[in-house]
Design a protein. Structure first.
Length: 369
């Protein structure tokens, strides 16, 4: 089949987690015998590492009216390009609604990917964004033919379930074939890593300060942050590495005994997730601390995974357990054989393609009835 992948509002580069995911998905679809093209609607960007495909930029000039008119113009141009592409199916990564993006559904069957609890998350952006999202998200969801949710929790959420769409749960994946295991280091004292990006309340990096303070024998490394808002005095065993490219942070991860996932999903009223960074760390061989229910890994029992509660005091109640786990993980690595059935891209994308075919057949049946 011919698939149009539509991304809204953000430039997607091979250096970002989402950009890597989109690239991985499109390449997997091609390897399975399908044709796919990305259509990117975003503010103007000159990043040389942008993903290939159609790019529909809007200017970033000041003034909300000019900006919104530019966004609408770019969206209309993208719609025309998607129509010329003549896809059999359109796959849309959820983004806050922009007119007239719902008209994608008149071109081909439309499947929307729901990656987070956007209703709660948009509250962080302030009342205008939150109110606009609540008022407009139904325009797009009413026009979709199916949903792919990253977790069972998102599938059953009343915000999504009320639209009564065909739905498949597919957690995030990683291409294990292109990722090599890092040899285990020989550290006398454990080194723990966290990868994130500033401005994400649910990551809970502030809790890592407490972990470092309570256990001075741990060396805690945070990649993606050069400061932690509201915290100017940090313990000596907490190291901020700022934003790093893949080769740079991989060099750091090669010295790490285990990694830790997002510590505060509860802050955006989520219990379950399938973070890309968790999958990347596992693919590199790092044992993981999982402070949430992982969509794909919650039933996997292994000494290389430590599962702790998703709540505000999880470092207070389980800090010693994390410390003990980090000591035990010295010299150990996760194998691809262990995790492949759960998070490998080829397995996941076969499931996604099967859902695409199911939605297309359903739409054919509706039209012929």
């Amino acid at each position: 089949m011919r698939i149009a992948y539509v991304s809204l509002h953000w430039p997607r580069a091979t250096t970002s987690g989402v950009g890597k995911k989109i690239h991985c998905q499109i390449e997997a679809w091609k390897s399975l015998g399908h044709e796919a093209c990305l259509f990117m609607h975003s503010e103007a960007s000159y990043d040389p590492k942008l993903l290939s495909g159609g790019k529909f930029f809007y200017p970033t000039q000041k003034g909300i009216i000019k900006r919104e008119l530019g966004r609408i113009r770019a969206a209309k141009e993208m719609l025309q390009a998607v129509e010329r592409y003549q896809p059999d199916l359109i796959y849309l990564r959820y983004g806050i609604y922009i007119y007239p993006i719902h008209q994608l559904a008149s071109i081909a069957p439309l499947i929307e990917e729901i990656t987070t609890n956007d209703v709660v998350q948009h509250k962080e952006l302030g009342l205008p964004f939150s109110l606009y999202n609540r008022l407009t998200r139904g325009i797009l969801l009413n026009h979709t033919n199916g949903l792919v949710c990253l977790s069972n929790e998102l599938r059953t959420s009343s915000y999504n379930a009320k639209y009564k769409k065909q739905t498949q749960v597919i957690g995030d994946s990683i291409d294990l074939a292109t990722t090599s295991l890092l040899p285990a280091p020989k550290n006398a004292q454990p080194r723990i890593a966290f990868i994130g990006s500033p401005g994400s309340l649910w990551q809970g990096v502030d809790k890592l300060i407490l972990l470092a303070k309570n256990f001075s024998d741990l060396s805690v490394h945070i990649i993606g942050y050069d400061q932690i808002e509201g915290h100017h005095s940090l313990p000596d065993n907490l190291h901020l590495h700022g934003y790093l490219g893949k080769s740079e942070y991989t060099d750091i991860l090669a010295t790490i005994d285990c990694a830790i996932g997002s510590l505060a999903l509860h802050r955006i009223h989520l219990e379950e997730s399938s973070p890309l960074k968790t999958r990347e760390c596992l693919a590199l061989g790092l044992p993981m601390v999982l402070p949430y229910k992982d969509t794909d890994l919650h039933e996997l029992k292994s000494e290389l995974l430590l599962k702790i509660p998703n709540r505000e005091d999880n470092i207070v109640t389980h800090g010693k357990l994390i410390r003990d786990f980090s000591y035990k993980m010295r010299g150990k690595r996760v194998t691809h054989a262990l995790i492949a059935p759960y998070i490998d891209a080829q397995h996941k994308e076969k499931k996604r393609i099967a859902f695409f075919e199911e939605v297309i057949e359903q739409e054919k049946a509706v039209k012929s009835a």
